[in-house]
Design a protein around this ligand. Structure first.
Ligand code: SAM
Length: 463
């Protein structure tokens, strides 16, 4: 049924809401709201569902009025708490249907175009990057991963992809030759040496693993390579004082690759999570560039996890072994119980209910109407990051973290809970990987064609 023109403005004014407040509640850009209100454009069904859901939540206002009132009282009425109403299943499901391109891992694999370019996944982890490349139609012929648990999960989800040794430092040219021609090499060398969550030592030996990536590229000479890392890699220094990224750029340029480098935020690519990663894309033919974001509103957390049971700490969903909420100490639950969305227990107006140490990026409640904060490997530790459920008083479950990373529910995870959390927290969100993979896919056939023509003309092969 088509809604009457001007309905958004009418409904908003009826609730004495500003346009900015509605934008905040729905996670939709105010500019778009303004255009829809003036009937210059019509909202897409998912956005309309979000707006209706926000109005319904305001009306129902079943947002634990006592807790809210107490917080306001303590804050002197200053805290602008987003409503914490009942989860809007219909809105969340509509959003998932509209924005989630791979409707399940197996289905995405089955629907991927056949006969695509070949690829090798280095430092593959459980396969976040691999998923994006496989969904984009790449034939991922091999992977290298040192951790047995991650290798097992990779094998389960990509049964046709062969594990090529374990430690990349031991993988030889002969091993690589068994793969046949490889069009694209992709991977994310470990980032702990570069990351703020690690110690960030310039002499951390893990900072040198990118050279193994370079060695493999030098041997295979793929048409394209994609190297991913944390954003801080761009500012990390070598023991000699230069920038690591300059060293990387110089080394790949010396192999004849033209490079594009820059940060991409998963939230710009339909992932319900802000996660900035640094990408280096190298191409032997032409300027590679970086993928451009499709635009549109960011995907709010509600769209990713709003249909899951809102468990409290210590509860489990009997239908899903990965949807289990860890138990937290009573005093921590007490500190966080009344904290509104988007705020930290460190902001608590009652000093007795503030954590003793740390920053206000920890013990922090996520918001339904915005993408989640970066999912770290420590997402189950309530003190570890911004990972408190927007409604329940507990850290995210594995299922919720996997959804925030855009792993479909039929992507199989197994192993100890700690290992599974690490795999998920380390992964590139598959939807971001899909955007990158689609971007580089277009570069490969051109090079292949030229290679073939060159050979037909009697030139020496460049592969
Ligand atoms: C940042 S994670 C990669 C995550 C992956 N890109 C994804 O999307 O799921 C880095 C991975 O490199 C692996 N690794 C570390 N050292 C390695 C080595 N010497 N050889 C092979 N893999 C290694 C780690 O076990 C870890 O799984």
């Amino acid at each position: 049924m088509r809604a009457a023109p001007g309905w958004i403005r009418r409904e908003r004014l009826a609730r004495a809401l500003s346009q900015a407040a509605l934008a905040r509640l729905t996670g939709l850009p105010q500019r778009a709201l303004s255009q829809w209100e003036r009937d210059l454009r019509r909202p897409d069904p998912a956005s309309a569902a979000l707006i209706r859901a926000a109005f319904r939540r305001l009306d129902a206002d079943d947002a634990r009025p006592r807790a809210k009132a107490r917080w306001r009282l303590l804050h002197g009425g200053g805290a602008e708490a987003a409503p914490r109403g009942r989860i809007e299943r219909a809105a969340a499901e509509a959003f998932v249907r509209d924005l989630d391109p791979p409707d399940g891992h197996r289905r995405a694999l089955a629907q991927a175009p056949r006969g695509g370019p070949t690829a090798l996944s280095l430092f593959s982890g459980c396969g976040g990057l691999t998923a994006g490349f496989a969904w984009a139609g790449f034939d991922v012929v091999g992977h290298v991963e040192i951790e047995a648990a991650a290798r097992a999960v990779h094998l389960r989800n990509f049964p046709d992809c062969r594990a090529l040794g374990t430690d990349i430092r031991q993988v030889t040219a002969e091993d690589l030759a068994t793969l046949g021609p490889v069009d694209v090499v992709f991977g994310g060398p470990p980032c702990q040496g570069f990351s703020l969550t690690g110690k960030r030592r310039v002499d951390d030996p893990r900072n040198l693993l990118w050279r193994e990536f370079l060695r493999v590229v030098d041997i295979l000479r793929p048409a394209v390579f994609v190297m991913e890392n944390v954003r801080l890699m761009a500012s990390m220094r070598t023991p000699a004082g230069g920038l690591v990224i300059d060293e990387i750029a110089g080394a790949f340029a010396a192999l004849g690759y033209r490079l594009a480098m820059g940060g991409l935020d998963a939230a710009d690519f339909s992932v319900a999570q802000s996660r900035r990663r640094w990408f280096v894309i190298g191409a032997r033919d032409g300027a590679p560039g970086l993928p451009t974001a499709p635009g549109g509103p960011p995907r709010p957390l509600r769209a990713a996890i709003g249909d899951l049971a809102p468990l409290e700490a210590g509860e489990a969903d009997p239908r899903d072994p990965l949807h289990v909420a860890v138990r937290h100490p009573r005093h921590v639950v007490e500190m966080l119980r009344d904290v509104p969305e988007g705020m930290s227990a460190h902001d608590h107006p009652d000093p007795a209910l503030r954590p003793r140490s740390g920053y206000n990026t920890t013990y922090k409640r996520l918001r339904w109407d915005a993408p989640a904060a970066t999912v770290a490997t420590t997402f189950a530790m309530i003190s570890g990051s911004s990972n408190v459920h927007p409604q329940a008083t507990r850290a995210l479950t594995i299922r919720e973290a996997a959804r925030c990373q855009s792993f479909p529910d039929d992507f199989v995870f197994f192993g100890t809970l700690g290992r599974v959390r690490a795999m998920i927290g380390n992964a590139v969100p598959p939807l971001l990987a899909l955007a990158v993979a689609r971007h580089v896919r277009g570069m490969v056939p051109r090079v292949r064609l030229e290679r073939t023509t060159y050979r037909l003309q009697g030139g020496c092969s460049t592969s």
